[in-house]
Design a protein around this ligand. Structure first.
Ligand SMILES: O=c1ccn([C@@H]2O[C@H](COP(=O)(O)OP(=O)(O)O[C@H]3O[C@H](CO)[C@@H](O)[C@H](O)[C@H]3O)[C@@H](O)[C@H]2O)c(=O)[nH]1
Ligand SMILES: [Mn+2]
Length: 706
């Protein structure tokens, strides 16, 4: 019998163990109150360290408030379980059209052969191909990337039927062929090596072209698109380019088995030195407009160029949320976690985001919805275009299927170019009320916040087989740069009129407002942390007591809060799949980030507020080749950070996962000229770097940069 429950396309399950969790939180809260009470009632007399004491009180007040904020997402996390069989039973293949956006920006740090593997994995989704369109935005405006896309469009004719016939996973050819060979069992060895050779030859051609930086004349004759690069154009100064490489509406665009192919489009929006291009947000907005003419699907999914699809069912799964009759109409976007496939076991740089994925985003889901985190996200087109939630809103799921007897490809290409020009947005609401918001290093978070405040909810979906896998930062320098961008972006939202507490007041719940500020306050946390690591140490040297004596009963709440807070964080990490050492590395990285990235985040946010610097977006490298990062031009205001972190200063992880950094005259057994760098030393070297020196001496020895 059909009940309202059995009609639902997804279930919401709450996570167990909450009673115990809340009990623990209440005791920690009591401990914190005692600590604050002690601080407030034992202020020393003037001249006996009163200022330092009051500073400690302020720092502890800050930490307490921050701890309370982090509770907002831990109180009642949920897990969503989609029912794909029900979706199949009810809709069959009568599913909406979906547009997929991929952004790339730089053929050097995002190699075209990797980018097209992502594109191919998305084209091979288990989804009706005539309803799928994949768009690549190339902010590098590079003929090399276009060439790779052109290669991909022919390889797709073999790859997609191969994937579907043998039901293989993952569908990124780069990852599939580098994986275990057991997968070959599915098909005959002959067929397997045929397709593998085809793939290898293609990547070789692409890599050769990328190395040489030139396209052969005979290749250029194969596609009219190459003509766009005939003039003297460069990545910062060129006309808009849109090339439809596969037109899904064309009866002749079929794979080698005669099945329809998904539409494939290459776009490089116009760039001119005198116009600001607004980084990824600008690219996304151009894609929204260009796609509205070509396919205009009601659902838009977007990924970064390194985030390949690891799960062929993701589109159908996300539709379980949107098409659910009871709550689907309230859902603005469905966000998947950012998972990485290049993490080491113990996560030396604490990059795995596991706690954010498994705890915080699930918790946010229970209080209004996860943040939009820029990649692996499905949106309704309408909400990206600024629509407010209204009760009577009805989505037209049939939208997007274009009439077969329309203009020719060429006409469409010419028409959409005008939507990708520098001046198109002038005098419009684009970048503000329409599309992704401009002017913020975390365009995703601020856009998601605006969507939440327009009344929409969002859903966090994390299937056991990750939907997407990407490349996380692999070096200390990249980690710190990424976190500098993130902390700075979220802090600037916090200080702007979009501060979740003010902008969200009356529009989103208090707990979601608090959830946003967890990230908004990362940056200023650095100041408090600096105070807390420096002042007590100085006080110790001077003999000024800042903590109760061991014999005093007041020490108890300090010890209790310290231990329980850390034990819980350890438990949380372990339950999210981290190792003990991984947790330790994560804690260590928190300290490193707080005294470097986040501090720079604060400084740069303030500089921007004062109008002293402009926004930048340092694209993180997806290759671990040092030369590449050396060649990358660093934006002006990141110069300090880059100065300290650039490979020329040799701060990098050695394969043995130590910071084998500096040549040192400290003899250390078994390590030759290298020495392991402690966090304190790290900070010391940061400071030396800031002074622009290339050799220094501290109590451990003297160092010079190699
Ligand atoms: O001018 C630009 C700069 C970047 N990108 C693309 O933006 C994506 C993200 O850049 P990346 O350097 O990989 O940054 P991450 O720190 O890995 O990105 C995270 O954080 C960003 C916000 O800071 C979000 O936009 C991303 O989706 C999210 O994955 C990449 O595909 C880039 O190609 C552009 O298209 N144009
Ligand atoms: Mn990335």
């Amino acid at each position: 019998m059909e009940t309202p429950e059995s009609r639902r396309l997804f279930a919401t399950e709450s996570l167990g163990g909450r009673a115990l969790y809340r009990l623990h939180a209440v005791t920690v809260a009591a401990g914190i109150l005692l600590v604050l009470y002690y601080r407030a009632t034992h202020v020393p007399a003037a001249g006996e360290g009163r200022a330092a004491w009051l500073g400690m009180l302020a720092a502890e007040l800050w930490y307490s408030a921050y701890w309370v904020i982090t509770q907002s997402v831990r109180w009642s996390p949920v897990h969503r379980r989609p029912f794909m069989e029900r979706l199949a039973a009810r809709y069959g293949e009568r599913l909406p059209c979906v547009d997929i956006f991929v952004c790339t920006a730089d053929p050097q740090s995002e190699p075209p052969s990797h980018v097209i593997s992502t594109v191919l994995s998305l084209m091979a989704y288990d989804y009706p191909a005539e309803k799928l369109s994949v768009y690549l935005s190339d902010d590098g405006g590079s003929v090399l990337t276009f060439y790779a896309m052109w290669e991909a469009s022919s390889f797709a004719k073999h790859w997609i039927p191969f994937c579907k016939r043998y039901n293989i996973e993952p569908r990124s050819p780069a990852v599939y062929f580098s994986g275990s060979d057991g997968l070959q069992d599915l098909c005959t060895p002959k067929e397997w090596s045929l397709i593998k050779d085809m793939y290898d030859e293609m990547t070789q051609r692409i890599d050769t072209v990328v190395m040489s930086g030139k396209i052969l004349e005979e290749t250029k004759a194969n596609h009219k698109g190459f003509d766009e690069w005939n003039m003297e154009i460069n990545s910062k100064d060129h006309q808009p380019i849109v090339q439809i490489l596969i037109d899904g509406k064309d009866q002749n665009a079929v794979d080698k088995e005669g099945n329809v192919l998904p539409t494939l489009v290459y776009m490089a929006r116009e760039k001119r030195p005198q116009h600001h291009h607004n980084f990824k947000a600008g690219a996304m907005n151009a894609l929204i407009r260009v796609s509205s003419v070509i396919s205009n699907s009601p659902i838009i999914m977007n990924v970064d160029c390194d985030m390949y699809s690891n799960n062929k069912d993701t589109i159908r799964e996300s539709l379980c949320f949107f098409l659910d009759e009871e709550t689907g109409h309230k859902i603005g976007f469905v966000q998947y976690p950012q998972n990485y496939n290049n993490m080491t076991k113990n996560n030396i740089y604490g990059n795995s985001l596991e706690v954010i994925n498994k705890v915080e985003l699930r918790g946010l889901d229970s209080v209004g919805g996860p943040l939009y985190i820029g990649t692996g996200c499905f949106h309704r087109r309408e909400i990206l275009c600024g629509r407010r939630f209204t009760k009577d809103y009805k989505e037209d799921w049939n939208g997007g299927i274009k009439d077969k007897t329309q203009e020719s490809i060429h006409e469409i290409e010419e028409e959409v170019k005008s939507l990708a020009t520098c001046t198109y947005e002038h005098g419009t609401q684009w970048g503000d009320e329409i599309g992704l918001k401009y002017g913020c290093p975390v365009e995703d978070v601020i856009t998601g916040l605006a969507i939440h405040c327009r009344g929409w909810g969002s859903i966090y979906s994390s299937p056991t087989r990750p939907a997407f896998l990407g490349v996380g930062p692999a070096t200390l320098a990249q980690t710190l740069l990424q976190h500098k961008r993130w902390s700075e972006g979220n802090f600037s939202i916090f200080l702007s009129k979009y501060c979740s507490y003010f902008f969200g007041h009356g529009k989103i719940g208090l707990r979601l407002q608090m959830g946003y500020s967890i990230y908004g306050l990362w940056a200023p946390n650095s100041l408090v942390t600096l105070y807390y690591v420096i002042i007590p140490s100085l006080a110790l040297l001077k003999g000024t007591p800042l903590f109760p004596e061991m014999a005093s009963p007041w020490i108890a709440p300090f010890i209790y809060v310290f231990f329980v807070k850390n034990l819980y964080s350890l438990y949380e990490a372990l339950s999210c799949g981290d190792t003990l050492k991984g947790w330790w590395n994560g804690q260590r990285m928190w300290l490193v980030k707080r005294i470097s990235s986040y501090l720079f985040g604060v400084i740069d946010t303030l500089r921007k507020l004062l109008g002293l610097s402009q926004m930048s977006f340092a694209v993180s490298s997806k290759v671990s080749n040092e030369d590449v990062s050396k060649r990358r031009a660093s934006p002006n205001h990141d110069r300090w950070l880059e100065r300290i972190l650039s490979p020329a200063h040799s701060l990098r992880a050695a394969s043995d996962h130590r910071y084998s950094v500096l040549r040192s005259n400290v003899p250390e057994k078994g390590q030759g000229k290298h020495t392991v760098l402690s966090n304190v030393n790290f900070y010391w070297f940061c400071c030396v770097g800031l002074c622009g020196r290339d050799s220094c001496t501290n109590s451990l020895g003297s160092y010079e940069l190699v």
